[in-house]
Design a protein around this ligand. Structure first.
Ligand code: ADP
Ligand code: MG
Length: 323
């Protein structure tokens, strides 16, 4: 397929006709750059994230999952900042224009773009090893964004959903075992917590999305906020697919596994009654799993009160998982 045919197809398939911010994209695909209207009283929240084959996803990942996930990880970053998704850009590096693969890829990306109302405003195409880079732009009311740096001693630590299933799927695939359907769905089609993120400004004191693993990402909140934390493993909600595992193995997956794309946030203890209302509005399970402390450092408490040391740490590029 020729380059411009492919661009036209991407435009036809992925640009959501009813995206709320479509008309604010005054110039989109087809010119040298996009022109976006800046809405009065709002600020832009901008992020970018790449998916590189064999680094971020196994070589045999279905094309629809690659399309979904490349957009989902960016939507998750917007959610963590409390932003409403508006526009995105897609830079696609392909070894060859494989029409079957592209069909799946576009279907996966288009379905999520539609669901989240985000509009494709431009991008780039080149040939080379498979690499999907998305940049996304969201909007917040001026000043109403979340950061990692506002957590204070005494704040509660909450998490959405049930972390661990994606890491379990990845372990199974790496070891040549078959992952369960639920775990595979968590790994390949993560759900960015967009509605939840937009409920949190004004309530949460700090927020992050879980991409590198709960401990590593909570560690980023601790560092940015200059605080410590205590996590209670008895409170950590367990995905059904992990329930049969020995506790130590399950906790390690849940704490250090990564790829969850859940939100972890802190909130003042006096706001805990707001959690029910946020649960209702966002439709997402929320669980208090610990508390922020003055003492620096993180302690993870097992149900018997002892300290738990996970067998592996979170994912870091240039070091590898579990190092
Ligand atoms: P230039 O050479 O000036 O950078 P391109 O030929 O790369 O322009 O792109 C032409 C138009 O097509 C631009 O508006 C660009 O945003 C759009 N475009 C290119 N690749 C993609 C893509 N993968 N997804 C969406 N739009 C794209
Ligand atoms: Mg140009």
């Amino acid at each position: 397929m020729a380059e411009f045919d492919l661009i036209r197809q991407l435009q036809q398939r992925i640009c959501a006709a009813d995206a709320p911010w479509r008309s604010s994209c005054r110039v989109g695909i087809g010119d040298d750059a996009a022109v976006l209207e800046s809405p009065a009283g709002r600020q832009f929240v901008v992020c970018t994230d790449s998916l590189v084959q064999a680094v971020h996803f196994p070589v045999d990942t279905p094309a629809a999952a690659v399309g979904h996930k490349a957009l989902a990880v960016n939507l998750s970053d917007l959610a963590a900042m409390g932003a409403e998704p508006a526009w995105f850009f897609l830079s696609l590096t392909l070894p060859e224009p494989d029409t079957v693969w592209l069909e799946g890829f576009m279907q996966g990306m288009a379905a999520l773009a539609r669901e989240c109302g985000i509009y494709l405003a431009g991008g780039d195409l080149s040939s080379g090893p498979l690499n999907v880079c998305v940049a996304a732009i969201g909007l917040v009311d001026t000043g109403c964004y979340l950061t990692r740096s506002g957590a204070a001693a005494g704040d509660l630590i909450a998490v959405s959903g049930r972390p661990g299933a994606a890491a379990h799927a990845l372990d199974c695939l790496k070891e040549g075992r078959k992952a369960s359907a639920a775990d595979r769905l968590a790994l390949e089609f993560p759900t960015p917590r967009i509605a939840l993120g937009q409920c949190l400004p004004g309530v949460a004191s700090a927020c992050i999305d879980l991409s590198d693993g709960l401990l590593a990402d909570l560690g980023h909140i601790m560092e940015a906020s200059a605080v410590g934390a205590v996590l209670e493993l008895s409170s950590l909600p367990c995905p059904a697919s992990l329930a049969p595992l020995p506790e130590c193995e399950r906790w390690s997956l849940q704490l250090s596994g990564g790829d969850d794309y859940e939100l972890c946030f802190t909130l003042p203890p006096g706001s805990s009654d707001r959690l029910d209302e946020i649960r209702r509005r966002s439709g997402v399970e929320l669980t208090v799993i610990g508390q922020i402390t003055d003492d620096p450092g993180l302690s993870v408490r097992a149900p018997d009160g002892s300290d738990f040391e996970p067998a592996r740490s979170g994912y870091e590029h240039f070091r590898g998982a579990g190092g």
